[in-house]
Ligand binder design. Sequence first.
Ligand code: BGC
Length: 349
Amino acid sequence: MKKIVSFSIAAAALAALALTSCAPQAPAGPKKLVIGASLPTQREAVWVKGRQAMEKAAEAAGVILKVQSADADAAQQATQVDSLLSQGIQALILAPADATTAAAMANKAAAQKVPVISYDRLILDTPNIALYVSFDNVKVGEMQGEWLTKAVPKGNYLIMSGDPGDNNAKLFKQGAMNVIEPLVKKGDIKIVGDQAVANWLPSNALTIVEQALTANKNKINAILAPNDGTAGGAIQALNAQKLAGKVAVTGQDAEVAGLQRILDGTQGMTVFKDNRKEAEASVAAAVALAQGQPVSAITFDGVSANQTVNNGNIDVPALLLNPEVITKANVMDVVNSGYVKASDLKMTK
Ligand code: BGC
């Protein structure tokens, strides 16, 4: 037995040798562009979907994409970006875990002539960003504020915002307060608590809502939850007090769990940001910038970088996509777009 095996291995090796020596040399094709992407987390589904869409877009464009994701840890992200830069990337797509410390990463990339695209979240306090690709995030917050104030025009509000190191958290809150604040001034709405949810963690949102319910003897009528993850934590706290479905709660991301809660009536709305488009736009922009094209030449789906967003240092050219409000009435919009599968949702109620 042993003999037969070693014979067949030797024969196979010989055959392989014969094949290689006869095979014509493949002509060296043009070198593929290499793009790097650094994502802050894979915790929320939006980042997983973004990563998948980037990979698909890179494959279709015939470029190599190297993706890293940090576990909401800015130090880990810095190491990952260093590693990407050492691998000779020609453009960097960067969604910061922390908006301010990411400036150093953008500066390093620029020192190596690698153009940086700020993806979804804005990198603050650096001139070294070629383009910001995101959604209109103030509009996202306004959508939340509009839905909430329509659902509860008068009453006690608990305001939650996202992680303080994420510039989006500020923009979402700013948008929501644009709508809520005038009603506070009018005396119709009373804000009984206003807290940031560190790291966007649902468990932190749960604690905030539990404590607010206790402090206010359960007299809370509306909760501004900045995304579906934090809405999940809030609704868990409400559930424990048999208040789920009685208190209006917002969300964002059109996650399966959020959509299901909308169908079940415990969450009122979510905001659908089709981040497959955001990812595709970022890869297309990265390719264009790596090829030396100007930002002004970049358009995606009819949208160009025709706006700017100030990052504390410069007005960053921005390509901003449109978010969509989702309530029970139009959950099917998300399904029909292919973003989630109908089979993932129970449509019974
Ligand atoms: C994104 C949201 C996401 C949140 C937490 C924000 O920057 O825009 O879609 O829910 O981060 O990951």
